[in-house]
Design a protein around this ligand. Structure first.
Ligand SMILES: Cc1cc2nc3c(=O)[nH]c(=O)nc-3n(C[C@H](O)[C@H](O)[C@H](O)COP(=O)(O)O)c2cc1C
Length: 383
């Protein structure tokens, strides 16, 4: 694997490795990508007020989430189609997460099934879902996840309609993939991907598909199937229903308003993810770091508050935690690592973040990531 020193270099390596359609699907935002830029600006506008003379020694990044201890305050975010950046991409990333003492959240729309992930990884596997209209299908899916030992269910709520990602249309990216002269050339110009990812799936007798879907609704890279309907009028009553169905930990992802955080707490959710989906869904949404302090204050200790979106440096993790998050989901940085080197690449990306978090914690005068709070922050996102 080639060396990289930071997220930007890693991104460039992933860009070279992947066909444009796949790289842009992973990397980009939506519409004018103002949300993507704003997420970064919001992190940069928030500064840290370091303390000095707090002593040296070792620092701890350990956290406890839903009663389980982890070595790092990070969770591998759920990412659809992660299995397209590398052969068995979800499995590789899950193994890296497990080896580094952090949970992996499998996506409903993954290429590699929950079964494959759970079989290959000894770590803590969470499962992210979108809610289908057909309650029987949802019940079966939850029973399947529970039977595989999943105890943390993440329900994503920030995509009531499909977001307008114009580059995906241009690139023909989707399930199924729309072939054009342009994207066939694109694949041909990336032989490592063509042979090392697509070729390996085909050689193993499988076309990459939505493996977590029921077989009759499973679209693949080359063929569509009978679509499964998502709820187009999802409401809090459906979350109450899910709460009754799921005996494990229930986490609602995509919360950006304290009012919704309170409703989540009232229905008995165990956690929320304050997230704008990494700037991929609603281009005008606030950055999570801007609303996190208010949300964390509103819910107090009633729920585990997690956060994500556009984390690129260890200091971003520290800021989110100082602003009220118990731990942080990371998406693209880990997926670039997976694209470049499978489990080893993802592990290297995690090691990079771990090192940066440690430096940021030390520079701030902290020793234990669990005790950082709003006193550390200076600027717009201060608690
Ligand atoms: C390629 C890709 C696919 C994603 N798919 C999903 C998904 O299926 N469900 C979901 O809840 N979030 C999805 N997300 C959003 C992530 O879970 C997470 O919120 C976001 O990536 C965090 O921002 P970051 O990538 O800048 O770290 C996806 C993100 C990426 C990059």
């Amino acid at each position: 694997m080639s060396g990289f020193l930071n997220h930007a270099e890693l991104r460039q390596l992933a860009r070279r490795r992947l066909p444009r359609g796949i790289f842009e699907y992973v990397d980009r935002g939506t519409e004018d990508e103002a949300g993507l830029r704003h997420n970064r600006q919001a992190f940069e506008a928030l500064r840290i007020r370091p303390r000095v003379l707090t002593g040296g020694g070792t620092r701890s990044q350990a956290v406890t989430l839903f009663g389980q201890a982890f070595d790092l305050p990070l969770i591998a975010a759920p990412m659809a189609c992660a299995g397209l950046v590398c052969y068995r991409g979800e499995v590789e990333l899950a193994k890296a997460a497990a080896a580094n003492g952090m949970p992996f959240c499998a996506a409903l729309e993954a290429i590699n099934s929950l079964e494959e992930i759970v079989e290959a990884s000894a770590g803590s596997t969470w499962f992210q879902v979108y809610v289908w209209q057909d309650e029987a299908l949802v019940r079966d899916l939850l029973a399947r996840a529970w039977g595989l030992g999943v105890r943390t269910l993440v329900v994503t709520l920030d995509s009531p309609v499909e977001s307008k990602r114009e580059y995906n249309l241009r690139n023909g990216f989707g399930m199924p993939f729309r072939f054009s002269a342009r994207n066939v050339c694109d694949v041909a110009l990336h032989p490592r991907w063509a042979f090392g990812v697509l070729g390996r799936y085909l050689a193993a007798g499988r076309v990459p598909s939505q493996s977590n879907y029921p077989p009759e609704h499973r679209s693949s890279l080359f063929a569509s199937s009978r679509p499964v309907a998502f709820h187009d009028d999802l409401g809090w009553q459906h979350m109450h229903w899910l709460r009754e169905q799921w005996k494990g930990h229930l986490v609602l992802k995509g919360i950006l308003h304290p009012g919704d955080a309170l409703l989540a707490a009232e229905l008995g959710a165990d956690g929320i993810v304050v997230s704008n989906h990494g700037g991929r869904t609603f281009d005008s949404a606030v950055a999570p770091i801007e609303v996190l302090p208010e949300i964390a204050r509103a819910v107090g200790d009633r729920m585990v508050v997690l956060a994500d979106s556009s984390v690129r440096r260890g200091s971003d993790v520290l800021k989110l935690m100082a602003a009220g998050a118990r731990a942080v989901m990371v998406g693209r940085v880990l997926l670039y690592g997976t694209a470049v080197g499978g489990m080893a690449g993802a592990s290297q990306a995690i090691a990079m973040l771990r090192d940066e978090i440690d430096r940021a914690l030390a520079m701030s005068g902290g020793k234990d990531i669990r005790s950082v709070d709003g006193d550390l922050l200076f600027g717009a996102g201060r608690r």
